[in-house]
Design a protein around this ligand. Sequence first.
Ligand SMILES: Cc1cc2nc3c(=O)[nH]c(=O)nc-3n(C[C@H](O)[C@H](O)[C@H](O)COP(=O)(O)OP(=O)(O)OC[C@H]3O[C@@H](n4cnc5c(N)ncnc54)[C@H](O)[C@@H]3O)c2cc1C
Length: 598
Amino acid sequence: MPSYTPPLRDMQFVMHEVLKVTDDLKLCPQHADTDADTINAVLEEGGKFASEVAFPLNISGDEEGCTLDKTTHEVTAPKGFKEAYAQYVQGGWAALSCDPAYGGQGLPFVVNQCFYEMLNSANQAWTMYPGLSHGAYEALQAHGTDAQKALYLPKLTSGEWTGTMCLTEPHCGTDLGLLRTKAEPLADGSYAITGNKIFISAGEHDMAENIVHLVLARLPDAPVGSKGISLFAVPKFHVSADGTLGKRNGIYCGGLEHKMGIHGNATAQMVLEGAIGTLVGQPNKGLAAMFVMMNAARLGVGNQSLGLTEVAYQNALAYAKDRIQMRSLSGTKAKDKPADPIIVHPDVRKMLLTAKAYAEGGRALGIFCGVLLDKEHSHPDEKVRADSGEMLALLTPIVKAFLTDNGHISTNACMQVFGGHGFIKEWGMEQYVRDNRINMIYEGTNTIQSLDLLGRKVLGNNGATLKKFGRLVAALVEEEGVNEKMAEFITPIAILGDQVTKLTTELGFKGFQNADEVGAAAVDYLRVAGHLVFGYFWARMAQVALREIAAGNTDQFYLAKVQTARFYFAKLFPETATLMRTMRTGSKALMDTDAALA
Ligand SMILES: Cc1cc2nc3c(=O)[nH]c(=O)nc-3n(C[C@H](O)[C@H](O)[C@H](O)COP(=O)(O)OP(=O)(O)OC[C@H]3O[C@@H](n4cnc5c(N)ncnc54)[C@H](O)[C@@H]3O)c2cc1C
């Protein structure tokens, strides 16, 4: 059976020692009083909820899965899920970073980011029920009418109701411009919505008293393609103006998917038969409104893999210290035992350190993005709000795709540490691999994320935002350029920064002549950009740790940080060289292959 200890020390290190998040938060009036002690106390309690309430349901939820009653269309979540959710609601966890105007606690998003990392480590499938509600909350807050906000936001804030996002249809997932679900206007200003949605996470369940579905559909005479999509709020139970629940609406679960992982989360086929909904935002501008939810969800999906990477690492580390097998190549280490613990073997260390480096790098990036979100929403200076939003938009596809790809690498490596036992269910490691796999697919596949990054966010604005990130790297290079102890961390990011600038210009030029060049390079480009970002945060973490060590601090935490940074730059970061080479081979080896793929 796996175990899980919330990584509070590392979160505190990143928040308070590296990024100094309260300096930024102090400038946001609504967070001015949120000090480090408050953040730490909330996360300590949050860690207890994750490890003591959600975590014990992870394996049982995977084994049991969800069940659908085909007559009533009711879905029952695995045993214990409902009770854990009631505890979550009662503890006020749903309200953590929601607006006090709707009953929220108004804490910074960055706190929620860390809380959700722990929930994801504990139980990704369970966490998706409350997790999606956050996105629905944000979309309604940004684009809802006053009446919709009054009706839905207090209930989503308290967690009494949950939310979903209903985009995908059987014939379209990536290309939402093809969607067919129809919305007919009714005399009272509402809409009757008819169609079929598939793969809807948390689409139906028994954990909350109502579910608010955010549904994409087409109005009559809507333009074809993505310019003709509108967004609707469709409750599972009708809601009267005073908030009381009425009869069931015409939206129900027609079937549950049987799938590779996240068994505890209901992946529902949703049938809409004249379901009554209200328009969210402007007609035909639904995709833009839904993007608020999708962006929140993309950051959330990266956080899912961060959580899985951390928990897989913790368990693999414990196993590698305990399992004895063969002797160390450089001589016996455990003389009192018939063999050495496998942690003495270089490749076992490589697997462990890979997961550790990706978890800690991902945590730093996730927390950085949490603060950007806080500044985007609450900073009094309009320019800071706009700059923060722009940087967050650049980093979102990197969080989504780089962290989930790293989660794939890491959970697999951690399972491998267990040898054959990793493949056996009892140890819980194969579940982390299976659960992580969906993170690379949903919320826009990682290929789509890479096209968003290279096509829209980088080439789309001539690299302007990327240059802003480059300036952060340059400032660190400038600050530490003459510090010999930092050279092993600073030189690689300085070189890669220059290489990425050159490469981006090259790709922009090639893409101008042939757009397939962008498609051929995008996935590799995102990985290179991911390493530039991780390299920057690893260098900053090493900087703080080295300063502590130089000041005489003997806490092994700092030495561990420097050693992990060294590993990261020696063994993981250099893959950028290969990726840049493969990118430069261009699209020909892919597109001139009709005979090969005939
Ligand atoms: C467990 C689970 C939960 C989900 N939860 C939700 C949910 O809550 N709400 C919701 O609406 N949807 C949900 N989805 C749907 C998910 O978001 C889609 O499956 C995903 O976006 C991909 O769409 P698709 O499956 O139709 O694949 P397709 O769009 O058919 O793509 C197939 C392949 O082609 C590639 N591809 C497509 N277009 C391009 C292109 N232009 N360039 C390069 N490659 C391309 C894709 O990357 C992919 O590899 C969920 C799916 C699963 C499996």
